[in-house]
Design a binder for this molecule. Structure first.
Ligand SMILES: Cc1cc2nc3c(=O)[nH]c(=O)nc-3n(C[C@H](O)[C@H](O)[C@H](O)COP(=O)(O)OP(=O)(O)OC[C@H]3O[C@@H](n4cnc5c(N)ncnc54)[C@H](O)[C@@H]3O)c2cc1C
Length: 431
């Protein structure tokens, strides 16, 4: 019997992580990705934080990952409060046992791609259109448009893995009514490049105001708003600033919004009012800041369909707000668990039992993490948290409740459970 084949829709972090894990279970993998090419490196995307569990899993796929220079420590999780009137700062909550690492999204993506095993084929510039799971076969047939030529191709496999992100079209075919839920705020984001400018006034002053940069994940809270600041490898500072407001209109399927010069100008002026002069200056001098509209979705009740032939992973499975630094970490753990489950059940004729185990292991974890990230975001933005007082958290008066701000309040903070080969009720065509 030949190798089993998985067709993965989406070749971002979740898709490439699945390619590693599923190939590791002895499968062949075909990835369909609409982008024309892999990330070239740190210039694509911005920064992300990896937990110890993800670092360990990724190091199995990428030799040297973690001991090379591609990540920086985030050993301290620090929440501070800035008084916008006086610009004075005070510490709210500090955790010195954080054990995360900071990386460029583009570096992680490039390295995941470079180290793919020979059993994986990535078809760049292939836009997934639809799939069929014919009743008379055990397999799935995916159709994709080749963007360069306009023609279509088919990819046939035993399993379709949907890693097509928070607006997943595969998910839509099973859950047409599921809508993403607007969080109530958007994030301005930027990456400040200080190569060759370490001793500039901007860098000297920002390091004075945030002296633990390079080892610390800073959350800076002001009244009903907060910013995030940390250092990335190769002389970059990554910042985000969350601003409450009505849901903006978005073009197409992207949650990233084009920022006009006028919007950037207004944002920079507002930064002077809210933040300390050092952070406002960093924001002012960052080239090409952009806006992410922040969404999540209520946790799904299942992650696989079609009698165990289609499965969701990554943001397709659990769109989440970014406050628990979960998206990438959940994607890595999804991929690792899926690979383990397929390996556990490799002797079965179909992946149905493997997917039952995957769903049973991952659903409770991701559901809790998505809801906790939602709550953490609302807390930090001073918005009422479900079922609580209208006023929301007020950073100017907060006392004991500041301990809730720490990242370690995230469920499964110390690591999510792995698959162990347990038998779970079959994911059947009855559901
Ligand atoms: C270019 C890029 C840059 C990013 N930068 C950052 C960052 O700096 N920091 C951060 O925290 N997160 C970033 N993210 C998001 C981050 O990757 C995810 O939040 C998380 O890692 C989960 O990844 P995912 O693979 O599930 O989803 P996503 O990263 O959203 O990937 C979904 C993938 O599916 C592909 N896709 C969608 N529809 C189709 C289709 N019909 N056919 C073929 N392919 C399809 C998309 O092109 C995309 O590559 C970025 C994502 C992208 C795509």
């Amino acid at each position: 019997m030949g190798k089993k084949v998985a067709v993965v829709v989406g070749g971002s972090v979740a898709g490439l992580a699945c390619a590693h894990a599923v190939a590791g279970a002895g499968w062949e993998v075909v990835v369909l990705e609409k982008a024309a090419a892999p990330a070239a490196g740190s210039g694509t995307g911005a920064g992300l934080g990896l937990d110890a569990q993800s670092m360990e899993i990724i190091s199995r796929w990428i030799p040297g990952w973690g001991i090379d220079a591609v990540t920086l420590p985030l050993a301290v999780d620090l929440n501070i409060a800035t008084d916008s009137a006086t610009k004075a700062a005070r510490t709210l909550a500090r955790d010195e046992d954080f054990k995360f690492r900071a990386a460029h999204w583009g570096d992680l993506h490039r390295r995941l791609h470079e180290e793919l095993p020979p059993a994986v084929t990535v078809l760049w510039g292939h836009q997934f259109l639809s799939f069929e799971a014919p009743d008379d076969t055990r397999g799935v047939v995916a159709t994709a448009r080749v963007l360069r030529t306009g023609g279509t191709v088919e990819a046939t496999g035993d399993l379709l893995i949907a890693a097509d992100g928070s607006t997943s079209s595969v998910r839509r075919s099973f859950l047409p009514d599921l809508k993403l839920r607007y969080s109530g705020y958007c994030a301005w984001r930027g990456v400040f490049d200080f190569s060759g400018k370490e001793s500039s006034d901007t860098m000297t002053s920002i390091r004075r105001a945030y002296p633990e940069l390079g080892n610390c994940l800073y959350f800076d809270l002001a009244y009903k708003t907060h910013a995030v600041l940390y250092e990335l490898p190769r002389s970059r500072l990554n910042w985000l600033w969350y601003i409450n407001g009505p849901e903006p209109e978005l073009a197409g399927n992207s949650v990233t919004m084009e920022a006009t010069d006028a919007m950037v100008g207004r944002m920079r002026n507002e930064a002077e009012r809210v933040w300390c002069p050092e952070l406002a200056r960093l924001v002012r001098e960052t080239a090409a800041p952009f806006v992410n509209v922040i969404y999540d979705a209520d946790p799904l009740r299942r992650l696989s369909w079609t009698g165990g032939r289609v499965v969701l992973v990554g943001d397709a499975a659990h769109p989440t707000t970014p406050h628990g630094l979960r998206s990438t970490n959940m994607s890595v753990m999804d991929a690792c668990t899926l690979g383990q489950c397929l390996a556990n059940w490799n002797s079965e004729p179909t992946p149905a039992r493997a997917l039952a185990e995957y769903e049973a292991v991952r659903l409770p974890v991701v559901a809790e993490q998505v809801l906790h990230a939602r709550q953490l975001g609302r807390l930090k933005q001073g918005l009422p948290v479900d079922g609580e007082a209208e006023d929301g958290f007020d950073v100017t008066t907060a006392k004991a409740e500041v301990l809730q701000l720490r990242q370690r309040t995230m469920p499964f903070f110390d690591g999510a459970p792995a698959a162990v080969g347990g038998d779970f009720p079959l994911v059947g065509s009855t559901r």
